[in-house]
Design a protein around this ligand. Structure first.
Ligand code: HSE
Length: 310
């Protein structure tokens, strides 16, 4: 939708990358939280970034994740076009729910609407991955793709891009964000570069099981496939109370869950809303006992991805 005066406004959703076992290949979008962004053409070529939130992120386009994504788009357009982008983030940077992806994806989806949808969704993922490179040093699409496509996505490959949209049964998502910051670059830096074959076998069994469980709406299979023997044992030590939250959430009825993206947020999936709220209560209880400030969300899978608003 083109708003008045040739501007476009969007809501860009948070995303949960990895889905426990699918490091860098699985992710889903959620309905809450989300960023809001407004874009318009400018008379001069180039990109102007205006922050309308408290996070004080860089406004130089090359250093800003949304700016880097738009620069990649402009490079491919090779026309003297200028954009002014106003960003109001509600997704805290470094929270593990795809804050950088929301900025990068929202920017290119909104700009594409100004350009009368010249690019495909796959092109937009390709542009937005440049934002992830600024944020974490590496291009990955497991936040970007669900942010743009909505729902659950499987990134079979990023070079060349091969994105598969997966159907899923209704799922409720409980997220707790302890108020500590884990930089994605650091959380990637501590990972081992080699894995044992026996662990790899267990991991790809789980990924296959999770994908099959989603497609078949088999909640039990989804639950038992939410296991990560490669990444979680290394990263979970950065997150206070992680084991307790996981165990008590499952005791409260959650299907399972784990680290959201690179953390520190933790997410749990449940079959119904009342269980998701019980899980939220457990999370509150544990972090209150640990004296750790935190935010929680009880939400559902966002099926539309970046959404146009007035
Ligand atoms: N797959 C990425 C990681 C997601 O776990 O490092 C970062 O949000």
């Amino acid at each position: 939708m083109m708003g008045s005066g040739g501007s476009v406004s969007v809501r860009s959703p948070a995303t949960v990358a990895n889905m426990v076992c699918g490091f860098d290949v699985l992710g889903f979008a959620v309905n809450d939280p989300y960023d809001e962004m407004h874009i318009r053409f400018t008379d001069e070529a180039g990109i102007i970034i205006i922050n309308e939130d408290e996070y004080n992120l860089p406004t130089e386009p090359e250093l800003n994740v949304a700016g880097a994504a738009l620069l990649a788009m402009l490079e491919e357009l090779n026309e003297p076009i200028g954009f002014e982008l106003r960003i109001c983030k509600h997704i805290k940077p470094g929270s593990g729910v795809g804050s950088s992806a929301a900025s990068a994806a929202g920017a290119v989806v909104a700009a594409n609407r100004l350009l009368n949808d010249r690019f495909t969704k796959e092109d937009l993922v390709r542009f937005a991955m440049n934002g992830e490179k600024v944020a974490s040093g590496v291009k990955h699409a497991d936040n970007i793709a669900p942010c743009i496509y909505g729902g659950v996505t499987l990134i079979r490959s990023i070079f060349p891009l091969d994105i598969i949209e997966l159907t899923a049964p209704p799922l409720y998502v409980t997220i707790v964000h302890p108020q500590i910051e884990v930089r994605t670059a650091d959380a990637r830096g501590i990972l081992k570069q080699q894995v044992l074959l026996k662990d790899a076998i267990r991991q790809w069994g789980n990924i296959g099981g999770l994908v099959a469980g989603l497609l078949k709406s088999d909640y039990e299979l989804i639950g038992r496939s939410l296991e990560d023997v490669l990444i979680e044992p290394v990263r979970s030590i950065l997150i206070p109370g992680f084991d307790m939250i996981k165990q008590q959430s499952k005791e409260a009825g959650a299907l399972g869950g784990g680290i959201s993206g690179s953390g520190p947020s933790i997410f749990m999936l449940s079959k119904d809303e009342s269980t998701a709220k019980l899980v939220e209560k457990e999370m509150h209880h544990i972090y209150e006992q640990l004296g750790l400030e935190h935010h929680t969300y009880v939400t559902t899978i966002n099926q539309t991805g970046v959404k146009f608003i007035k």
